[in-house]
Design a protein around this ligand. Structure first.
Ligand SMILES: *Cc1c(COP(=O)(O)O)cnc(C)c1O
Length: 498
């Protein structure tokens, strides 16, 4: 299977090239030239497999330049026993006959990013061996909170890699920050930047595509790659859990093979929901993909009106991993719904970078709306939803998941479409303890000590505290530097010692 670029159809690369490079030279994103199709029989076969087996079944279609041994090595390493706190890796929790929560946060950093970032370092090192022999891969990450930690944890002490993470100084939760600044490993570095996630992301993209910087690295036998969801190696592992959740629902008798389901995804950079779109295109019976945003509702507006306009106030919310106004992976959706029109995508993306706004035609909007619905949740609704699910169902969810649950509630009220639904839960509530505790209590918690808040939340709800978070209490802070957007390139050179 070959991959091309969303901005230049003449580019053709293998899976391992796409993964090693991360982003295409001219700034486009790698996309598969065609998609494999999974018949109902094939899905039924997957139902009897473990998560690892399901992952292999899907990955071998997309990564056809990997040998079977290589795939086994990658998948068995990523999802090895003990790495995830649930033996199902991504368990489906039934709330009632219709509502099912897909818990994607049982990995080592307690957010859904682990689902892909535990696997990516394996995919990347195998890819690099094939395509960039001997080069050290330098992973640059812009994070809205969870990607940074998950990437650090995945890449720490992986041979022939270095990883540098930039996070918005005031844009992450105390637990997220603590997770990053205490990161262990010889090949890692972390730096705060003055600005928000979009500033960090666009600065990282600019460094990636800067010829002089690339040359400087090449002279030292290094090359950049990306662990953000612009990397195809991040998206393909995410397709797996949608098939897996469907299989689990079949096995539990919640649906019969072939029944359609709806899927609700708390969305930021549009990676997670795009993976579900691919799953749908591959034959998974998904009816609607419901895109849930927080107050930064640029995607809600786009999916309703066809105009993407990032010129608006940026809100710092209690669901920081979704505080994003430029959703990078939307570019891939635009490519597919426009019939692989690279000129069209290039034009929209240059409009976005110059004026911050673009519009699509009614035809394209219609095509998108056949698959997608959208809504957003304001901060007060997020609080109420956390409390409601805890009081009524005994289910404790984090702030991001609460956004999805609220948008789902609105969707049912507006459409009456209440078929069996999977709602993605993307983080442990303990990553956002203060917000979750305040919501459950119905009043603001006055504790300023993160671990005391964790303890209070545990006492109040009885929910287990994930071991990796509890352990942070005794870890040393290793990284306390910060820089401006303009200084980022120099910071990169400094951290690489070049
Ligand atoms: C990253 C993240 C999201 C958003 O996912 P995208 O793939 O960027 O849309 C939602 N919730 C949590 C907890 C996250 O870490």
């Amino acid at each position: 299977m070959l991959y091309t670029s969303t901005r230049d159809n003449s580019i053709k690369v293998t899976a391992s090239q796409a993964i090693a490079r991360g982003i295409s030279e001219e700034g486009g994103l790698f996309v598969p030239c065609e998609l494999p199709f999974f018949s109902l029989d094939k899905i039924k076969d997957m139902a009897s497999q473990s998560y690892i087996g399901r992952a292999k079944t899907i990955l071998c279609e997309f990564l056809d330049d990997f040998t079977e041994e290589e795939l086994d090595y990658c998948v068995n390493g990523a999802y090895a026993e003990g790495k995830f706190s649930s033996k199902d890796i991504a368990p489906v929790v039934k709330i009632n006959e219709k509502e099912n929560i897909l818990e994607l946060w049982h990995g080592p950093t307690c957010a859904f990013k682990d689902m892909a970032l535990q696997l990516l370092p394996y995919l990347m090192t195998v890819s690099a061996k094939k395509t960039a022999d001997g080069k050290t891969i330098v992973i640059l990450v812009a994070t809205s909170g969870d990607t940074g930690k998950a990437a650090l944890e995945g890449f720490k002490d992986v041979e022939h890699t270095k990883i540098l993470v930039f996070y918005p100084e005031n844009g992450v939760s105390p637990m997220q920050k603590l997770q990053m600044v205490t990161q262990e490993g010889e090949n890692v570095a972390v730096c705060a930047i003055k600005g928000n996630f979009d500033d960090a992301q666009s600065a990282v993209k600019a460094i990636f595509t800067d010829e002089a910087i690339k040359e400087k690295l090449a002279q030292r036998n290094m090359m950049f790659s990306s662990a953000n969801s612009i990397n195809w190696g991040r998206l393909v592992p995410q397709i797996v859990y949608y098939f897996s959740a469907y299989c689990d629902l079949m096995n539990k008798g919640s649906i019969r093979a072939g029944d359609e389901i709806n899927v609700v995804v708390p969305t930021g950079n549009f990676g997670n929901i795009l993976a579900c779109y691919y799953a749908k295109k591959m034959g998974l019976p998904v009816k609607k993909l419901i895109c849930a945003s927080n107050s930064n509702n640029v995607l809600t507006d786009f999916l309703h009106s066809g105009t993407y306009d990032k010129n608006r106030d940026f809100y710092t919310t209690t669901s920081p991993s979704m505080d994003i106004l430029i959703s990078s992976n939307l570019e891939r959706l635009l490519y597919h719904v426009s019939g692989c029109d690279d000129k069209f995508v290039s034009k929209l993306m240059s409009e976005l970078s110059s004026g911050g706004v673009y519009s699509v035609s009614d035809n394209i909007l219609c095509e998108i709306q056949r698959s997608f619905a959208a809504g957003f949740a304001a901060e007060e609704d997020v609080r109420k939803t956390i409390k409601k699910y805890f009081d009524e169902n005994g289910y404790l969810c984090d702030t991001h998941t609460a956004v999805a649950l609220k948008v789902y509630e609105d969707y049912i009220r507006e459409t009456g479409d209440d078929i069996v639904t999977v709602i993605d839960s993307t983080a442990s509530p303990y990553k956002f303890s203060k917000s979750v505790l305040s919501a459950v209590n119905g009043f603001d918690s006055d504790s300023s000590d993160e671990f005391q808040t964790v303890e209070e939340l545990h006492n109040k709800t009885g929910a287990d505290i994930p071991a990796p978070l509890a352990k942070l209490k005794d870890k040393k802070i290793r990284f306390s530097n910060s820089c401006t957007r303009q200084d980022m390139a120099d910071m990169v050179f400094g951290l690489l010692g070049i």
